[in-house]
Structures are given as structure tokens and as C-alpha cells.
Design a protein around this ligand. Structure first.
Ligand SMILES: [Zn+2]
Length: 340
């Protein structure tokens, strides 16, 4: 009897110990591509039609609910070429920091433009994804340079911070560069879409390691990871970024990794330029060749904006039903934003 009690306690301890890790290993992740369809749950911006058992875009019948790719890229280029001369500061400064709760800025807002820029982010994407963002910063590195970025929130690395440089969001007349800003936000959104904790396992050792330790920690973690290792952690096997890596990067990765070991900055930049020139037809633009993470984010932005996929990497996203629906929603939201 005593032995039985002991065995029972042992089994319970084992069950408690292993349950969370089993859960982390991707039971949630496995269903990422079909859960919305099969359960009838729709994205914000869609409604559920129970007769046909699918989610339908809310403004499906309205012609204003889509954008024109050529027109979008044309205005985007105009906005970028009108930009005043670059004046980049030595260091990037954080001017203001906000906590985000339920898609809203908590507390007092220092500048009208802070909320205007935040509202555009929330307007473009369904809350299923904007929910990952729990912090918002106004940063500045002068005119030019970084327009926006996302990074893991140090308070909880499964959450994200969106940082925006208002000097680049607004032109000299004080008007918002809506096309440039929206395009950048779609790119940043793609990072959250492909690096959230259902896609990768956020790695706190890597996040907390200092500059000296980082290289070793990264190499060890990468060795332990059977799928693509991102700078935020090991990706799940069926994650977008791992599939993207397998399809488009695995053959050139050893060549790309060699470049990463080049210590001289000029030499590194030249090698990366050569890498881009060699594989130019694989990338939507030069920035995309920076690394796998930037490539998937930039290709996703082209997937959203382009009427037809220009290269295979853009076609990649059409293989996922939920991403095709997400594309419709973002394009519909974008048409509202740019016509406001
Ligand atoms: Zn990026």
C-alpha cells in the first residue's frame, strides 16, 4: 500500500513536471494553420457565415476595400524621395515610453503624434496579433535611419515593444508619410507574426547574455536547435520562418554564415553586397538579404502590397490560408487608412 502511494505521488509529480514542456513543444503551434477555419473563429475584420462555414471579409462587396499595388508603390517612392536630407545621430535615443494594455496606450500621452502613430498600427492589423505588443516607445536617431522597429519586451520576452521615430513618420510639413509608415509597420508586424511564442521558443539565456557571452551562447543554442535558429530562439518545426528557411535559405546558409564571421566592418558590408548581387533574383530588395528574419519580413510586406507575387518568396505566403485572409484584411484596412 505504501509503495502504491509512493508510485502514485511519483506519477503525479512527473505529470506536473512534463505537462508544461509538452505544451510548449508545439501542441498549440501544430494547429496554427487551420484552427481559425475549423473552429469558425474569424479575424477582426471578418464575419462568420455559418451557411458556408467560412469567415468572410467584412467589406467584401465594397470596392474601396482593396488597394492598388502600382499606385501604392508609386506614392511610397514619392514619399521616400521627398524626404529631407538624412541627418543621423550617433546614438538612438528613447524619448518616451508607454505601456500598452488591450491595444491602448496607458496613461497620459505627451504628444498628439504619439497616439496618431499608435492608432495607425492598431487600425492596420487584427488584435489577435497586435495583442503581442505590450510596450510602445518614441525613439529618435535623427532624420533618416530607423523609422520603426520591434523588439522583445525585457519584462516578458514573449511580448513585444514597438518603437517609432516620429522624425521619419512625419514630413517637414508635419504631414504623416502614410505609405512609408504603413509599409514599415507591415514589415515590423511580420517580425511579430513570425517570431511570436507560437512560432518560436523565446530564449531568455540568449536575451540576457551580454555582448561578450552572446557569440558562445548563440552557437550552443543553435547546435541544440533542430530547426532554424532565430536571434530570439529556436523556431518550431512547422513555423513560417522554419519553412521559409528550408525552402529558400538552407542551400546558401553556409555561405551566408561565413560572411557573419567577418570582423572588419567594410569587408563585411562588401561581402554582404556580393552575396546579394549573386542571389539578387531571390530577394525582393537588397535589405531583404540582410538575414532570414529581414527577408521573411520584407517578403511578407511585398506579399501584402503586390497584386501578384513577383518572386517565389512572395508566393510562399499564399500556401497558408490564414495568411491569405490576413492579407485581405490588411489591404482593406490599408485602403481605409490611406483614404482618410
Ligand atoms: Zn526588420
Amino acid at each position: 500500500m505504501k509503495k502504491l502511494t509512493f508510485t502514485l505521488v511519483f506519477i503525479i509529480i512527473l505529470a506536473v513536471l512534463f505537462y508544461p514542456s509538452e505544451n510548449n513543444n508545439g501542441t498549440e503551434n501544430d494547429s496554427q494553420n487551420d484552427s481559425i477555419d475549423s473552429s469558425g473563429e474569424c479575424f477582426e475584420g471578418e464575419y462568420y457565415d455559418d451557411e458556408v462555414d467560412v469567415c468572410i471579409l467584412e467589406c467584401n462587396q465594397d470596392q474601396d476595400c482593396d488597394i492598388n499595388s502600382n499606385e501604392f508603390f508609386k506614392v511610397l517612392e514619392e514619399e521616400q524621395s521627398e524626404a529631407i536630407e538624412e541627418e543621423i545621430l550617433e546614438e538612438e535615443k528613447v524619448l518616451r515610453e508607454y505601456v500598452i494594455n488591450n491595444d491602448s496606450i496607458v496613461g497620459e500621452i505627451a504628444d498628439r503624434r504619439d497616439s496618431e502613430a499608435w492608432d495607425l498600427f492598431v487600425e492596420l492589423f487584427p488584435e489577435e496579433y497586435t495583442e503581442y505588443v505590450s510596450g510602445y516607445q518614441i525613439i529618435s536617431d535623427g532624420v533618416g535611419g530607423t523609422l520603426a522597429l520591434v523588439e522583445q519586451n525585457p519584462d516578458d520576452i514573449a511580448e513585444w515593444i514597438l518603437a517609432v521615430d516620429l522624425d521619419d513618420v512625419y514630413n517637414i510639413k508635419g504631414e504623416m508619410n502614410k505609405y512609408d509608415f504603413s509599409f514599415t509597420l507591415i514589415h515590423e508586424f511580420a517580425h511579430v507574426l513570425t517570431l511570436n511564442d507560437e512560432e518560436i521558443k523565446p530564449d531568455s539565456d540568449l536575451f540576457l547574455s551580454n555582448e561578450d557571452e552572446y557569440g558562445d551562447v548563440y552557437s550552443n543554442k543553435e547546435l541544440d536547435c533542430d530547426s532554424f535558429f532565430t536571434m530570439e530562439g529556436c523556431s518550431y518545426n512547422d513555423s513560417y520562418i522554419n519553412e521559409f528557411y528550408s525552402d529558400f535559405w538552407s542551400d546558401v546558409y553556409p555561405e551566408f554564415e561565413d560572411i557573419q564571421y567577418i570582423e572588419d566592418e567594410d569587408e563585411y558590408i562588401f561581402a554582404l553586397e556580393d552575396f546579394y548581387t549573386k542571389y539578387e533574383d531571390r530577394f525582393v530588395n537588397e535589405y531583404a538579404s540582410t538575414n532570414v528574419g529581414e527577408d521573411i519580413a520584407e517578403s511578407f510586406a511585398y506579399f501584402i502590397i503586390e497584386d501578384e507575387p513577383s518572386i517565389e518568396k512572395v508566393s510562399f505566403f499564399y500556401e497558408y490560408n490564414d495568411l491569405v485572409r490576413l492579407r485581405d484584411i490588411i489591404r482593406a484596412n490599408l485602403s481605409v487608412v490611406i483614404n482618410e
